[in-house]
Design a protein around this ligand. Structure first.
Ligand SMILES: [Zn+2]
Ligand SMILES: [Zn+2]
Length: 138
């Protein structure tokens, strides 16, 4: 049977699914991710944009200019404000799913950390993972 990843927001208004398997995941310590989530970092799971399907509700989008100078769009539930997806102008075919919004987030295995130069001292940093002081690909 094909794996289907499912997830949604805190209030349950927005539900999404996409065919598995889980894509690459990474920690992002950038200041915008701190603001957007209220946490020390965010963990995003890469997914092909074409396969992500919102099955109920609608997301609201907020676009800002990242430190790279390119647009980043964060999408969230307009009812409860839970962050769900991030889309980067530089890779329009991909979506980062907020790992914590998955129904089974325990299966996510982050493989690297980016923007560690912005990491707060109280953020957990896995010493075994490759780190990038800024974006991994810029
Ligand atoms: Zn919600
Ligand atoms: Zn970030």
């Amino acid at each position: 049977m094909k794996t289907i990843l499912r997830g949604g927001c805190l209030c349950g208004a927005v539900r999404y699914e996409c065919p598995g398997p889980l894509g690459e995941a990474s920690y992002c310590h950038c200041d915008d991710c701190k603001r957007a989530t209220g946490g020390p970092y965010t963990v995003g799971v890469l997914t092909p944009a074409a396969t992500l399907r919102i099955v109920s509700g609608q997301v609201k989008s907020y676009t800002s200019i990242a430190d790279s100078g390119r647009k980043i769009t964060r999408q969230f539930c307009p009812e409860c404000g839970a962050p769900l997806f991030t889309r980067a102008e530089k890779c329009p075919d991909l979506v980062f799913i907020k790992a914590g919004s998955l129904d089974e987030p325990q299966h996510v295995k982050p493989t690297c950390q980016i923007w560690t130069k912005c990491a707060v001292p109280w953020a957990y940093i896995d010493e075994t993972l490759p780190r990038f002081p800024e974006s991994s690909s810029s």
